[in-house]
Structure formats: C-alpha cells, structure tokens
Design a protein around this ligand. Structure first.
Ligand SMILES: [Zn+2]
Ligand SMILES: [Zn+2]
Length: 240
C-alpha cells in the first residue's frame, strides 16, 4: 500500500516537472526566433535607443493635454510613460503608435518639389546627434540613417515602432506635410494651387492618407509637388 502511494507521488512529481519545463522553455524559444528574423539593415542599429528631445516633447503633447504631468488616459506620470517607451498612452483606445522598439521596418521614399529631389541626408547626421542629446530634431520612432548601400543617405525611412504616421517624421525635422501643403522651412511652403498640386503615392498608387499614412515594411513612397505630366510622375515613381 505504501509503495503504491510512493510510486504515485513520484509519477506526479515527474509529470509536474515535465509540464514546468515545457511551460518555461516555450516563451524563450519564441523570442530567440524573432530576433534572428531581421535583415541586415536591422542589425545596424538595434542597440539601445533613447527618446530624442523631440520625442519627449511630443510624448507630453500627445499624452498630457491638460499639462498636469500625468498621462490623461491612465494617470501615470509622463516620465514613467516615456521610461516605458510610450509616445501615446497604450491605455488610450485611440492610440495607434506602438512602443519604441515594438517594430522595425523600412520604407523607401522620395520627395520632389517642382521636379527637384529634396535631400534628407543631413537628418541622418542630426539623428546621431539627437541620440547624444545634442540636437532637438529627429525622432527615434521614424528617421533616416547614413548611407546604406545601394541606397543613398536619407532615402530610407526607418520605423522603430508600429503604426508611426509620416507627420511624426516631418514634424521631427521641422517640416510640415499635409494633403494641402508641404512646408520645407519658413517661407518655403508648397501648397495646392490650380496649376500645381501636391500628390502622395504608396507603391505606385495615389493614396489619400498623406501625413496620416503609417509606412509599412518595403513600402515605396513618393511625395511630389508641381505641375508634372503623367510621364514625369512615372519617372519619379520609378526612382523610388
Ligand atoms: Zn532600420
Ligand atoms: Zn534607426
């Protein structure tokens, strides 16, 4: 009788032990798989990435509209929200932007104004400076990097969170982009007019989301202002 009891207890321990091993080994297996699934571009800058000064200011603007230092949706201190990588409070059902580091995607983009390509390469350097708190411009959520062959510097948008809309990129470098106007800098604003229009294309097709479009991995994005013919637009689309 005693032997049977001991045997049952032993069997019980083995089953519980095996269940525990299976339970704990699964999540670890999954994280190592997703970490190896990223491309060469991803590995270049996957290390620790802090919020820039721009990101901290935008986080406060988005989460703390009443200015009491606390997130309006969840009551958490803004600095704690930022410490948990939130640009928008993830308790807010209207939030669309994921935590910093929640994704890593790349989209090619070109911006043409009256046929001339806008050069974004200087913002790659500015982002490096922002990482060291030496620049108030650029965002860790969406930015350009130094040259990544075969691409020139400033021709690939890097998104380091899910659901980051284009306006964050333009605002982070002091520009403005909407369906009506593209503002490069003070006094350099290009708005819809009868003979010149602002057009927005994603993967070769016109898109009505403009600044609210959140680029996806491998997207090809074209922003074009001017009075181009269809053929000229086709040439710009082919350059992306
Ligand atoms: Zn990247
Ligand atoms: Zn990056």
């Amino acid at each position: 009788m005693n032997e049977k009891l001991a045997l049952t207890a032993l069997l019980g321990f083995i089953i519980i032990g095996a269940a525990l091993i299976v339970f704990f080994s699964f999540p670890f297996g999954n994280t190592s798989n997703s970490a190896t699934g990223q491309g060469a571009l991803a590995s270049a800058h996957d290390s620790e990435m802090p919020f820039t000064a721009f990101d901290r200011a935008l986080a406060a603007e988005l989460m703390d509209k009443d200015g009491d230092g606390k997130c309006d949706a969840c009551g958490m201190a803004i600095k704690d929200c930022i410490a948990s990588n939130m640009l928008q409070c993830n308790m807010d059902p209207k939030a669309t932007i994921g935590l910093l580091g929640s994704a890593h995607a790349h989209a090619e983009f070109r911006v043409y104004v009256n046929g001339a390509q806008i050069d974004f390469s200087k913002y790659a350097e500015l982002h490096e400076e922002a990482m060291q708190n030496k620049s108030a411009e650029t965002s860790s959520f969406i930015h350009v990097h130094e040259e990544e062959a075969p691409h020139k510097a400033g021709e690939i948008l890097h998104m380091h969170a899910s659901g980051v809309p284009l306006w964050v990129f333009f605002e982070s470098i002091g520009m403005e982009f909407s369906k009506n106007c593209l503002k490069i800098q003070a006094g350099e604003e290009f708005c819809n007019a009868p003979e010149k229009t602002l057009k927005f294309y994603v993967n070769g097709r016109q898109n009505s989301s403009f600044e609210n479009y959140a680029p996806k991995d491998d997207d090809k994005i074209l922003i074009s202002y001017g009075s181009e013919s269809e053929d000229e637009i086709k040439g710009q689309l082919d350059s992306v």
